[in-house]
Design a protein around this ligand. Structure first.
Ligand code: ZN
Length: 256
């Protein structure tokens, strides 16, 4: 009797594993009818595991599960073709990018393809935090993309909605605070934004305040682009419900 039980148990595990495998492989197929879009969340897998066990792209993708009907794909630099084979890049309606230490390893040929997808085909591009210096971000902005200062002396960041009518602000708490250790100080060396949707005020360890823009929007060729400043790898902001709402709204706004 005990042996029969064991076989049943093994069969159950096999069924669950094969079901999960099928589910995962389906995510790589061409979307069928009813699929609203495809968002690819890319990162370089350098975030600390104790903060982001599934890296930053994993945490963002988890938050995008609220996008009903959307296919959400995670990709990283160590995947084949640096996570963005032609088939996936062609299928992506929106590409979210988080990079920090490995910008230089991203192939220029991939940056060329991303630029073309945004400018000529209208793919949305969402650039996060230290991705201000990522090759695709700099290519799309066509500017140095530097900040005045980068300092790890912040304790909290109060984020406020600046443009409440903007689609990316929809349903976002108009005023919320996140833990914050690294501030980037304005100005950000980029073309003038079409909209500043979010602003922030960092409170520093000495009690002083540093205000800066947090969420910028542009149109680049046929595509839409959003940059969000907060998101240092030691701060678990991508688990925050307001930040997740902003990410989901940004995907819908940036989609062609
Ligand atoms: Zn950082």
């Amino acid at each position: 009797m005990k042996r029969v039980y064991t076989y049943h148990w093994i069969l159950m595990v096999c069924l669950v594993v094969s079901g999960l495998t099928l589910l995962c492989s389906c995510a790589n197929l061409t979307p069928g009818p009813g699929v609203k879009g495809c968002v690819v969340v890319w990162s370089e897998r350098t975030a600390p595991k104790d903060v982001y066990p599934n890296d930053i792209n994993g945490a963002i993708a988890e938050g995008l599960a609220c996008l009903k009907g959307w296919e959400v794909v995670t990709a990283n630099i160590d995947d084949p073709e640096q996570g963005l084979p032609d088939e996936l890049l062609q299928r992506a309606d929106v590409l979210i990018w988080w990079g920090h230490k490995r910008h230089g390893q991203v192939k220029d040929s991939l940056v060329d393809k991303i630029e073309k997808r945004v400018k000529e085909d209208g793919m949305g591009f969402i650039s996060l935090h230290s991705s201000h210096f990522a090759k695709p971000n700099k290519r799309l902005m066509g500017s140095p993309c530097s900040f005045k200062a980068y300092v790890g002396d912040s304790t909290t960041l109060q984020i406020t909605v600046t443009d409440s009518k903007h689609p990316i602000a929809k349903g976002v708490n108009p005023d919320f605070t996140v833990v914050h250790h690294e501030r980037y100080s304005d100005p950000y060396a980029v073309p003038e934004a079409e909209a500043i949707v979010f602003d922030g005020v960092a409170t520093l360890k000495d009690g002083s305040k540093d205000p800066s823009h947090q969420g910028y929007c542009w149109t680049i060729g046929k595509g839409r682009m959003f940059y969000f400043q907060v998101g240092h790898e030691t701060n678990p902001v991508y688990f925050d419900s307001n930040i997740r709402k902003i990410m989901a709204n940004a995907v819908k706004w940036a989609a062609p």
